[in-house]
Design a protein around this ligand. Structure first.
Ligand SMILES: Nc1nc2c(ncn2[C@@H]2O[C@H](COP(=O)(O)OP(=O)(O)O)[C@@H](O)[C@H]2O)c(=O)[nH]1
Ligand SMILES: [Mg+2]
Length: 62
């Protein structure tokens, strides 16, 4: 898979905000701090398009 121009579209919280697109979609599921954002950045070859926590186990509630 070759990803050429990744960009952040939206953090949609309701259906009306979902991007209108016919592109294939990928679902990435996992509990907090397992490395979802880090995985996205690796896959798209960017350092921080997806924001990762500064330390393992650190999240918005601590
Ligand atoms: N040791 C280790 N830490 C990782 C790995 N992947 C991510 N992390 C760290 O775990 C923390 C949480 O990662 P993050 O991508 O923000 O998780 P998310 O909450 O699932 O999006 C961050 O501090 C990452 O640097 C990994 O493969 N090994
Ligand atoms: Mg994340």
């Amino acid at each position: 898979m070759k990803i050429l121009n990744p960009k952040f579209e939206i953090s949609a919280v309701k259906k009306s905000q979902y991007p209108k697109s016919n592109l294939p979609e990928i679902v990435l599921v996992g509990k907090s701090n397992v490395g979802k954002s880090s995985f996205i950045n690796i896959m798209i070859n960017r350092k921080s398009l997806a924001r990762t926590s500064s330390e393992p186990r650190k999240n918005t509630s601590n």
